[in-house]
Structures are given as structure tokens and as C-alpha cells.
Ligand binder design. Structure first.
Ligand SMILES: Cc1cc2nc3c(=O)[nH]c(=O)nc-3n(C[C@H](O)[C@H](O)[C@H](O)COP(=O)(O)O)c2cc1C
Length: 161
């Protein structure tokens, strides 16, 4: 199994906890996006980007501040899976919206890990495209079963990672 580079952005630690739980299933190196440098993208062929949504549907601020590095990286032949953490109860019209900020920047990559609604309730999400979320979607604060959801997602991408 080749090593997976895992990058997360998290305000209060929710996404950090989620991504640590997920990454334990892989041979991985995890970094806080605050530590991200361009060289990290040259070290692996597979990546997981994990970020919460804040503000009015915006990508977590530390990841946003490093999007220039994502835009400049060459993801040709590489595989990426996204993990979004958000809140469907208080933010039902912008649920996980921040996740889509990655999409135009990772065009060269093979994007894997789209997931089903699976009981989540929201009015609108930019991250919900063609009947699927573009990655794992986790409502850490409102979903006591989030680990089962994460397990299911990990099983769905195991063939790719
Ligand atoms: C001010 C504020 C704005 C938020 N806006 C959104 C939002 O637009 N969409 C969403 O899905 N979640 C939103 N959330 C919920 C967070 O994404 C959620 O609490 C998440 O678990 C935080 O994870 P973190 O600690 O890793 O940053 C917001 C939370 C706060 C405090």
C-alpha cells in the first residue's frame, strides 16, 4: 500500500479528530494545513484533503490560505479523496459548501470517494453534485454515528488507496 498524504484544516479540532480516525486505516502521513509546503505534494501519489466549512459556506480559513499551493501542484496521475466536515442543523443551506473550493484546483487528479446522502438532511449543498457528495461528508457535532459513516466511506475507497 503506497503512503497517503493527509492534509486537514480545522478550527476547533472536529475535522482533526475525523481525519485522524479515517487516516488510521491507511499508511499515512497527516499534517495540519498550516504546516503545508509545496514539497508535500511531490512526496505522495495519493492524498486526502479534509476541511470544515465556516462563515457562509466557506472553506476553513487555514486551508483557504494555502489554496495557492494546491493550485500550483501537479496532480497528474495522482488520486485525491475529499473529507468535508460541516453542520446540517445550523447550516442547512450551505452544508459542506467549502469543499467545492478544491474542485477547480485539482483537475489533473483522479477524484474518488463520492458518497451518498445516507440520511443526512439539508436544504442545499454545493458539495452535492449529481446525487452524491463529492467526498465523505461528516456532521461531527450532530451525528453520533459519524464513525460508522466514516468506516463505510473508508471501505468505499479502499480499492483506490
Ligand atoms: C461561524 C460558523 C459558521 C459555520 N458555517 C457552516 C456552513 O456554512 N456550512 C456547514 O456545513 N457548516 C458550518 N459550520 C459548522 C462547522 O463546520 C462545524 O461545527 C464543524 O464541526 C467544525 O469543524 P472544525 O472544528 O474542524 O473547524 C459553521 C460553524 C461556525 C462556528
Amino acid at each position: 500500500m503506497s503512503k497517503v498524504g493527509v492534509i486537514y484544516g480545522s478550527n476547533s479540532g472536529d475535522t482533526k479528530e475525523v481525519v485522524q480516525y479515517i487516516a488510521a486505516n491507511f499508511n499515512s502521513e497527516i499534517i495540519d494545513v498550516k504546516e503545508l509546503e509545496a514539497e508535500f505534494f511531490t512526496k505522495f501519489d495519493k492524498f486526502i484533503f479534509a476541511a470544515s466549512t465556516h462563515g457562509q459556506g466557506e472553506l476553513q480559513k487555514d486551508f483557504k490560505a494555502k489554496l495557492n499551493l494546491v493550485a500550483e501542484a501537479d496532480f497528474g496521475g495522482k488520486t485525491i479523496a475529499l473529507v468535508g466536515v460541516g453542520g446540517q442543523v445550523k447550516h442547512p443551506t450551505t452544508f459542506l459548501d467549502g469543499l467545492v473550493e478544491f474542485l477547480p484546483l485539482i483537475r489533473g487528479a483522479k477524484l474518488v470517494g463520492a458518497s451518498d446522502v445516507d440520511g443526512y438532511k439539508f436544504k442545499h449543498s454545493l458539495a452535492f453534485i449529481n446525487g452524491k457528495f463529492v467526498g465523505a461528508c461528516i456532521d461531527f457535532k450532530n451525528d453520533p454515528e459519524w464513525k460508522a459513516r466514516a468506516d463505510k466511506w473508508v471501505a468505499s475507497i479502499k480499492g483506490e488507496f
